[in-house]
Design a protein around this ligand. Structure first.
Ligand SMILES: *Cc1c(COP(=O)(O)O)cnc(C)c1O
Length: 381
């Protein structure tokens, strides 16, 4: 029996009412609510354009397509991420060039990025792991110097900030996820953001089959049945059902971030002793942390996951470095290729953290974890 889930969505009566309203409106797919969600989301992160999609993976894929990245190109990215970051590069026919991470944050190491840049480099794709901003100031400086765009995988980073700017606005493009476990959920969904009107327009078109006008503009007020297909596109856009949930969730982001930050502080306080004794490593702090995940590092992680579950506590592991998965074996990176990423993975344990969690639940999780670790050192003595 799991009493403390690793994650669970925070959806209430307002989200329910918003979905029912869309159902009764007679227009459930891409339409006016999606447009409003895009506008409010762009304002929230402080950028010009947002295009609502059905996943972050779709947003990553379309950023690469819209930038004209394809066969012969290289995209420098991280092994410490979810598979779709790397799969999206493969889907446009480009080559993912993986480089190692900072062992503390598990974010891209800017020096390793710079060393990997070649004349074939078409983009740098950074992830803000756990909601801790990547070293975007140095990454952007490197990208500018080499004339390549920076793309941000912001799946964990709503709303991370650094140097007075929000995640998704440092690079040429940003991709957010609204999957069930993420800081804002629409069940599934994603958002592409950019300050470039051209990129936004291309992504918008590609997300709806490449049509010159979407269904809302054909069947909506003043629409006309005729359309032209401008380029072979994809079916990646959001629906108004999802956008209605997203609009409510967006307005709760301030409260959600405050709660996750309080949970992170409670963990930090309760685990300070173990950290001081060198038994456990706490995640580094950052004033603009979005606290999507609370990743501690500890020896014997696999065993801890099971023992926490036996005491009713869900946990998870972020991430299995992508080059260790079978699908990417052809990229040519052997186990041992990325010592920092692999070393972090061996000891990484994600503790429960979600929008509905309280600091007292974090204190409970921390005391169960401390008990298990104390039992271990007693046995070892
Ligand atoms: C969740 C996640 C994704 C994929 O998001 P989807 O919306 O499920 O496509 C991409 N990158 C990272 C780092 C993620 O955690």
């Amino acid at each position: 029996m799991i009493d403390v889930p690793f994650s669970e969505p925070s959806l209430g009566e307002e989200e329910e009412a918003a979905v029912v309203e869309v159902m009764r409106s007679g227009w459930i797919s891409l339409g006016p609510r999606t447009r409003r969600f895009e506008e409010e989301f762009a304002a929230f992160v402080g950028t010009e354009h947002a295009v609502a999609l059905n996943s972050c993976t779709a947003a990553l894929h379309l950023s690469l397509v819209a930038m004209g990245i394809g066969p012969g190109d290289e995209v420098v990215t991280t092994p410490y991420t979810f598979c779709s970051t790397v799969s999206s590069v493969l889907h446009v026919g480009a080559r993912p060039v993986l480089v190692d991470v900072d062992p503390a944050t598990m974010n891209l190491d800017p020096a390793a990025v710079e060393a990997a840049i070649t004349p074939r480099t078409a983009a740098v794709l950074a992830v803000h792991v756990a909601g801790h901003p990547a070293d975007v100031v140095r990454l952007q400086e490197i990208c500018d110097r080499h004339g390549v765009p920076l793309i941000e995988d912001c799946a964990h980073a709503l709303p991370a900030s650094e140097a007075g700017r929000t995640a998704g606005t440092w690079g040429e493009a940003g991709a957010f996820s609204f999957y069930a476990t993420k800081n804002l959920t629409t069940g599934d969904g994603g958002m592409f953001v950019t300050s470039s009107p051209e990129l936004a327009e291309r992504v918008r078109r590609l997300a709806a089959h490449g049509l010159d006008r979407d269904a809302w503009r054909r069947y909506g007020p003043g629409g006309h049945w005729r359309y032209d297909v401008m380029e072979a596109g994809f079916k990646y856009h959001m629906t108004d059902l999802a956008a209605a949930i997203g609009l409510v969730q967006l307005r709760k982001q301030g409260t959600f971030l405050a709660r996750r930050t309080a949970v992170a502080s409670a963990y930090r306080e309760a685990l300070a002793g173990l950290a001081g004794d060198g038994i456990l490593e706490l995640p580094p702090e950052h004033p603009g942390h979005a606290w999507h995940l609370f990743i501690v590092k500890v020896d014997g992680r696999d065993d801890l996951v099971e023992r926490l579950a036996a005491q009713g506590i869900g946990s998870s592991v972020h991430f299995i470095p992508v080059h260790l998965h079978r699908a990417y074996a052809d990229l040519g990176y052997r186990p041992g290729a990325f010592p920092a990423a692999e070393g972090a993975f061996r000891r990484a344990l994600s503790l429960p953290l979600h929008n509905g969690m309280s600091p007292s639940t974090a204190a409970h999780v921390a005391s169960v974890l401390s008990g298990i670790l104390a039992g271990r050192s007693t046995r070892a003595a």
